[in-house]
Design a protein around this ligand. Sequence first.
Ligand code: HOZ
Length: 424
Amino acid sequence: MGRSEELFERAVKVIPGGVNSPVRAFRSVGGTPRFITSAQGAYITDEDGNTYLDYIGSWGPMILGHNQKEVREKVAEACMDGLSFGAPTEREVIMAELICGMVPGMEMVRMVNSGTEAVMSALRAARGYTGRNKIVKFAGCYHGHSDSILIKAGSGVMEGGVPDSSGVTRGCTEDTLSAVYNDLTSVQAVFDQYPDQVAAVIVEPVAANMGVVPPAKGFLEGLRKLCTKYGALLIFDEVITGFRLAAGGAQEYFGIQADLVTYGKIIGGGMPVGAYGGRREIMSVVSPLGPVYQAGTLSGNPIAMAAGIAQLQILKENPDIYRKLNEMGTCLFSSIDRILKESGASCTINYEGSLGSIFFTPDPVVNYETAQKADTAQFGRYFHYMLDNHVHLGPSQFEAMFVSAAHTKEDIERTLELIRTYFR
Ligand code: HOZ
């Protein structure tokens, strides 16, 4: 028995499912999760000494690659000064200035500890600001695990085929309305029914938790128009796309201005961080400035800020990173597309920038319903073939592949060679 197996056996006795986040348990692909000891650049190493080319990248934040030198050094430096103060620090100001300087329309930002917290708080701010109750979300989009948003959620919720979570009361979700991704008529229908009751429409500008599903042409523009027309706020959940598609995230990449934006791990360079922000007028409802309460002792934690600042500064000062990331992504995913077509595989691939997913269905995947047609058993076989060949993918059909700036042309070529062989 290997070390990963041994550790998993111990873990399942003391941690639900043996993991601290469900997708990691390998339930939808079978087998034993690899327990990781270290990571460097595009590679991670497990407890048994196996090294894998990694396309998870801690689910996004390792945009510069694992264990990036400057980020690590800034963290070590910050640790020497103390781990948490529960009082303001200069690093929080620098971080907020950086984010406001890089993101279009971002005038004020509040740091929190995760994407879940960011979304929960942004929804509260949207309700406080508009004086309205209803929230529109899209089936298959995942916005963290706070109660009101666990309706038709993506990611691990989708894996088990269970759209909603037990333990969430009807009262918590009665103001959450679900629409169809890439379908503006479904959003119009909600506004027709509740023209002056919708506080916000929240969307992943590129959906990446039902596999990657890019927005159809005109979809985000249409959402912007509908929100403006009906006085609802448009919230971009940029937990995955923020600082990845472009320095200014999906807003810059697609040229669409949201009212509020939420971030998670991506701004922490690997540390537990989240944030939400937007126009000053809206953010002024947040306590202690306004009546919308939201707080946290570890919010703006100095170590997390040190990591986040280091990573964001590198991204800001090196715009070329985005050209490289998007080129690498396009090279990998368009080549996979060609391989799939040439081999006649019953698969389709979706991608945007450095994010992509192979779906085991021949039909186009444009929303939750079409994503669910994918054959998860076939994905599981493909996943294990890649893992056996030392390529570490997200262990679910409904997650994204993340390319980092540390992936090289040789890494991409090796990945393509494996995929070519698999589909031959
Ligand atoms: N829900 C995350 C992916 N969309 C997975 C988080 C994790 O396991 O770290």
